[in-house]
Design a protein around this ligand. Sequence first.
Ligand SMILES: O=C(O)CCC(=O)C(=O)O
Ligand SMILES: [Fe+2]
Length: 363
Amino acid sequence: MTTVKTTTYNEAWNGAKQYLTQRLGSTQGQGQDADFGIPIIDIGPSYSSNLGDRKQVAEQIRKACVTSGFFYITNHGIDKQACQGIIRQGQRLFKELSREQKEAISLKKSPYGYGWEDATSTSLQNDVEESKEGFNWSYEEDLDPAGGDGGYVQIDGSTATHVNQWPSEKDLPGFYDGIKHYYGPALQLARHLCKLFAISLSLPEDYFGPMITHPSGNSRFMYYPPSKNPGPLNDSSASGEIGLGAHSDYQVFTILLCSSTPGLEILSPSGRWITAPTVENGIIVNIGDMMMRWTNDIYKSTVHRVVNRTAAARYSMPLFFGINNDQIVETLPSCVSETNPSKYGPIKAGEYVLQRLATTRNY
Ligand SMILES: O=C(O)CCC(=O)C(=O)O
Ligand SMILES: [Fe+2]
């Protein structure tokens, strides 16, 4: 039987801080930028019944994952209306709720940090102030088109339900249904991507299937105010305000939907910040640290941040997709060999995220 070590809060805090410092340090100007970018992958053929078509898409995904760990997907199956609709729900939440209504669902009232947050409650890069506003929620079975299997556990192993803090139907009519309209298809897209990741890693196509029956699906609405000092994109200095500090994502992978205002910047191996372009009907997928660890560092989770350098507001909605929180993550069999032994021990998926989240709280 696999034994898994549990960690104290202090160990987690020190470990997570060390991890971020090391990740930020290791990308400061050492590598080459050749092959580094955010390719656009048409995943339409991956819905084909022909394995060759699915393999062809998986191969493109693999190429992106071993370089930048970021790619756009198009023809992903989520309709335009659902994508526009969810961004609108985010706008409504930030614009239409009063400060008092927002405070009533503040993340400070939630043991898991779910709910509305002002700019200062959390920061991803310690000591760097962020200008964003956010609203966080977690997976719940009512939002899952597959219905879940009744086994959902929180990142700390708790079986508590109804942990999300939604605005009331009176304050924001139709909000929850609006969420469901995009979040449900996005979860199914994530499950589909798991099959493509499995093929890309030379694993059986349904390798991850049993691990995503009650998946971790934390999500956020983000609002980045217009810059007080608009300037050019691809300017590595952060003279504009930092919307979201430099970080890598924690989960297996992120499905990121953005409004048309640019602002996401990814850190290249030579230390340049590259602005992600706006791609019509495109959704960004990026590898998270859990996937990097799981693949023995073969797939990369790249450091990124958000700086809104424009005079317009920016909105986005990342969905941090992970496997069942009670699932043990052990280096994937196709990522170890005699010459490349496993660098990491087994860990419970939820426990790993808990450790990484430990440093972000400012309250
Ligand atoms: O808003 C964005 O474009 C990126 C958000 C992000 O990186 C995150 O929430 O982890
Ligand atoms: Fe991120």
